[in-house]
Design a protein around this ligand. Sequence first.
Ligand SMILES: [Zn+2]
Length: 450
Amino acid sequence: MKALQAYRFALDPNQVQLAGLRRHAGAARFAYNWGLARVKAALSQRTAEQSYGLTGDLLTPVPWTLPALRLAWNAAKNDVAPWWGECSKEAFSAGLDQLARGLKNVTDSRKGKRKGRQVGFPRFKKRGKGRDSFRYTTGAYGPASETSVKLPRIGRVNVYEPMAALASRLADGRARLLGATVSRTAARWFVSFTVEVEREIPARPSWRQRTGGPVGVDLGVKTLAVLSTGQSVANPKHYQRAERKLRRASRAYARSKPSSAGRRQRAAALAHVQNRIADQRRDGLHKLTTRLARSHDVIVIEDLHVAGMVRNRRLAKAVATAGFAEIRRQLAYKTGWYGSTLVVADRWYPSSKTCSGCGWRNPSLTLSDRMFHCQSCRLVLDRDTNAAINLKHLVAASAVETKNARGADRKTAFARQVAVKREPGTAAAGQTGSATTSTVAARRRLTHAS
Ligand SMILES: [Zn+2]
């Protein structure tokens, strides 16, 4: 099976290279904004023409796709950006590509091909707002040595972590480079390589996974998760301290005067803390999901309505910090890699309110009740462990269906098996069927963690 994987490295550019990175990100933004202005102008031109009664081929064409945008850009670049030669043409292409995707989302959303809320029309990008990034898909980019990357027109840029694992996979043909995205978060620049790798998919669960049996996972707030085995998985080390820092940084930011130099400094400090927390969280989640997928044959989690919960202010922080959606995403592809199965319990399954011993339900259980007291069989159990055991029981109840429906998206009474895409190239980086680790070091820790 071919799978897409992302390898991300923090860059350590010198001053000249840093200027180059900024110039390329600026070029991508320039092309994006130019293309958007062009599309808008063509649209209003068409409206005017239609009011004169013109139709069909007589109307001004709107460059809506990437090829059309590229054609228009190449015709115009000498006039609108005579400096274009200073940047790799890939940077301009990346900006146009992003615009074309945004336009396609608008079309798909209007035609009902896209789930979720209606997608708005693309907006102009302001310098300093939003994410600075550009992408290479052709040319001589890639790892240059164990500690540096080649970026055309920018040079050999040092990276903070060694890239031995990726470099050796590329060298002996076990992996193929598909593209590289260079982006800035807070003050730091990163390169993320999209790589196609060959993976052996086990036909059935291993001895270790069958011994581990099914496991129910209750995702938590104070702890990362509680398992049906009674084990509780703690948040990553230093996480609480980072959270305190985050509170302090956001208070300082909130108190600063709008559009002052102090505010800009505090915004940068806040972004730095936020990024550290995100990195730590990703790392903790990867360790947990790898361990679960490798040591159990079936993993049951709850289907939390994340979008709805994030809108609820009290729960917003909790949900965001614990990264429920991220856990589910990681489990979906890792169970595919390791031959185990992910089952997602129905959103309405009362895992917390049901007694895992006898099935009695306590409809009046509130969030503040930390222990579950059964009034029927007198069971007293930690609330989260009780919920995790109920999730595990869900598998036993639908065991036959789960076994038969491997790889299919099938609904049972309360549980649903998640289909994992296994065809090559169907998944984009960061979605089903791909892995994103912050660093190679994190990847190495992962493999050793389980
Ligand atoms: Zn009971």
